[in-house]
Design a protein around this ligand. Structure first.
Ligand SMILES: *[C@@H]1O[C@H](CO)[C@@H](O)[C@H](O)[C@H]1NC(C)=O
Ligand SMILES: *[C@@H]1O[C@H](CO)[C@@H](O)[C@H](O)[C@H]1NC(C)=O
Length: 484
C-alpha cells in the first residue's frame, strides 16, 4: 500500500523533508508578520492587474499560476502579494458553463486530481474555470460568507438545564463564551425540538467551509426528506481553520445543548473531514458527552491527519514566511495534536462509529487499508465499521471509481450506511445492504446534479477561505491546560 499517491509525490516529498529536518515544534503560536518585499520589481505585479473574464483557457490559467508558484519558490513574493495574485486570478477566470449531469461533474473532479501535483488553490482555480462555480467567487475575499445557513450568529433559546461552564465535573470548563458556543448552532425552522419521534442529527463541518454550505447538497437535504430524522448543523467560527481544541468545544457544547433542548434525548453526529477530529477530541476530553450520542458517522475523516495537509497552504512550508492556519498544521500527519488525540485509546471509538472514506481522496492520505486516516479501532468494543467506498463497491461499479474528499458526501454508500446506522443499534453494516444495488448509481438517490455541484464546488470555497485566513501561524497552538 502506498501511503503517498504518485500524483502528490511533490507535496508528500516536501512534507517528509520538513518532518525529517525539523526540530520539535514549540507549543506556541507564532503570529506571522508579512515580510517586506526587497527593493526590486514585484514578480507578481502583472498578475495583480489581470482584466476580468480574460482567462478562459486552461493553458493560460496554468501559465499564470506558474508565475505565482515560481515567485513563491524563489522567495520573491510575500503573503500580501501572493494573496492578491490568487485573488486576481479568480477574478480573471471566466468559468465555463456549469456541468449538468452528475457524471460530468465527477469526471471534472477526476480529471483535475488524477496526476495533479497542484496545491489546492491552484486546483480550485482550475475547477472554477471548468464550471464548478460555488456562486460567490467574485465576492471580495474579506467579505466572503454571510449567507443565512452559514451564520455563526444564531439566536437559540436558553437550555432548560445548566450545561455551562460544564455539564459534569468530569469535563473541563469551556474556554469559549457560552454565547459564542450556542450562536454557532444553526437550527432550521422545521426542527421539532424533540416533540415528535424523529432522531436528532447534528452535522459538523470540516476545514474551511461552514456547516450550511457543506451539507446543503447532501446530508441536510437527504435527512430532511425522511420521516425519521431531524437535522441541524454547526457553523464553527473561522471556518474551522483555527485551533481544533476550540472547534471541539463547539461540538461538545452542541451535543449537550441539543440533548437538553430535546428533552434529554440522545443525538447522533455526522461529521465531514476535520469534524471527525473535533468530535473525537470532544468525546475524549468531555466524557459526559459519550452517553448522549447514539451514532457517529464520519465521512472523509482524518483521525491520523494527512500527508497532504500542506496543499491547503500554498507555498508552505517551502516558504515558511507565508504561514498556514492552526487547524491545518494540526492536521499534518502525526502532528502533536494527532499524537495526543490517538494516545490512551483515542485511536478507538468512544461510541458506535461508522467511517466512510475514499482511497482517491485528494486531501486526506493515506486513505486505504487499516492505515487509512479515517480508520478507527475498537478497543472498547463499542462497535466500529470502517468502509472504503472503492473496496465495498468494487472497481466495476459506477460508485466504485474516483471520489474526492467532498465527493464522499454524495456517495450512495455514505448515505445508505448512514440510514442503516441510524435505524439499527451500533454502527452501519455493509452486510445489511444490497451492495450491488447501492453501488449502481454515482450519487445517493434523491440528489440532483445541482446538489452534487454544490457539494463538489466546496473545494473552491474552501481553498479561498483557507487562503484568506489570518492570522497565519508556523507551528501548532499550545495544548489547553486540561490536556494531559
Ligand atoms: C495571464 O493571463 C492573461 C490574461 O488575463 C494573459 O494575457 C497573460 O498572457 C497570462 N500570463 C501568462 C504568464 O501566461
Ligand atoms: C444513548 O447513547 C449511548 C452511547 O452511544 C447509548 O449507550 C445509549 O443506549 C443511548 N440511549 C438511548 C436511549 O438510545
Amino acid at each position: 500500500m502506498t501511503s503517498c499517491p504518485l500524483s502528490r509525490l511533490f507535496f508528500c516529498g516536501s512534507l517528509l523533508v520538513a518532518l525529517v529536518g525539523s526540530t520539535p515544534v514549540s507549543p506556541s503560536w507564532h503570529l506571522k508578520r508579512d515580510p517586506p518585499l526587497a527593493a526590486r520589481d514585484d514578480p507578481l505585479g502583472g498578475i495583480a492587474a489581470l482584466p476580468p473574464d480574460s482567462i478562459s483557457q486552461p493553458g493560460m490559467l496554468s501559465s499564470n499560476l506558474t508565475v505565482i508558484s515560481d515567485a513563491i519558490a524563489s522567495h520573491q513574493a510575500g503573503r500580501p502579494e501572493v494573496v492578491s495574485a490568487y485573488k486576481s486570478i479568480f477574478e480573471a477566470v471566466k468559468p465555463a458553463s456549469t456541468p449538468t449531469t452528475i457524471q460530468d461533474i465527477l469526471a471534472i473532479m477526476e480529471d483535475e486530481y488524477t496526476g495533479s501535483t497542484s496545491s489546492l488553490i491552484d486546483s480550485a482555480a482550475s475547477l472554477y474555470l471548468h464550471g464548478l462555480d460555488p456562486g460567490n467567487v467574485k465576492v471580495s475575499l474579506a467579505k466572503r460568507g454571510g449567507i443565512d445557513i452559514d451564520s455563526t450568529d444564531n439566536s437559540n433559546p436558553e437550555p432548560p438545564t445548566t450545561i455551562y461552564p460544564q455539564s459534569s465535573s468530569a469535563d473541563p470548563s469551556y474556554s469559549i463564551l457560552e454565547k459564542a458556543l450556542r450562536s454557532a448552532i444553526y437550527i432550521p425552522s422545521a426542527f421539532e425540538f424533540g416533540r415528535g419521534s424523529k432522531q436528532t442529527v447534528i452535522l459538523v463541518p470540516g476545514t474551511a467551509v461552514p456547516g450550511g454550505t457543506t451539507y446543503k447538497g447532501n446530508f441536510a437535504k437527504l435527512l430532511s426528506s425522511t420521516t425519521w430524522a431531524d437535522p441541524l448543523w454547526l457553523n464553527i467560527p473561522g471556518f474551522s481553520l483555527g485551533d481544533i481544541q476550540a472547534n471541539a468545544e463547539y461540538v461538545a457544547y452542541a451535543i449537550h445543548y441539543i440533548s437538553a433542548i430535546t428533552g434529554g434525548r440522545n443525538v447522533s453526529v455526522i461529521t465531514w473531514s476535520q469534524g471527525s477530529l473535533d468530535t473525537q477530541w470532544g468525546l475524549k476530553y468531555w466524557p459526559s458527552t459519550r452517553g448522549l450520542v447514539s451514532d457517529h458517522i464520519a465521512v472523509s475523516g482524518d483521525y491520523h491527519g494527512t500527508k497532504l495537509a500542506y496543499t491547503l497552504c500554498p507555498g508552505f512550508p517551502l516558504n515558511m514566511l507565508l504561514g498556514c492556519t492552526p487547524s491545518i498544521l494540526q492536521q499534518t500527519y502525526d502532528s502533536n495534536l494527532i499524537r495526543k488525540l490517538r494516545s490512551s485509546g483515542g485511536d478507538s471509538a468512544y461510541i458506535p462509529t461508522t467511517t466512510i472514506y475514499s482511497g482517491t481522496d485528494e486531501i486526506v492520505q493515506p486513505q486505504s487499508g487499516s492505515g487509512a486516516s479515517s480508520f478507527l479501532n475498537d478497543a472498547r468494543t463499542v462497535g466500529v465499521s470502517n468502509n472504503q467506498v472503492q473496496v465495498v463497491c468494487g472497481p466495476g461499479s459506477l460508485a466504485g471509481g474516483f471520489y474526492g474528499h467532498a465527493g464522499v458526501l454524495i456517495h450512495p454508500l455514505a448515505w445508505e450506511l448512514t440510514v442503516d446506522a441510524l435505524q439499527h443499534p451500533g454502527p452501519g453494516q455493509v452486510s445489511r445492504l444490497n451492495v450491488p444495488n447501492v453501488c449502481r448509481t454515482p450519487a445517493a438517490n434523491g440528489l440532483t446534479a445541482g446538489d452534487v455541484l454544490l457539494t463538489e464546488a466546496m473545494t473552491v470555497t474552501g481553498a479561498l477561505n483557507a487562503l484568506a485566513y489570518s492570522p497565519r501561524v508556523d507551528s501548532e497552538p499550545a495544548f489547553k491546560p486540561y490536556v494531559t
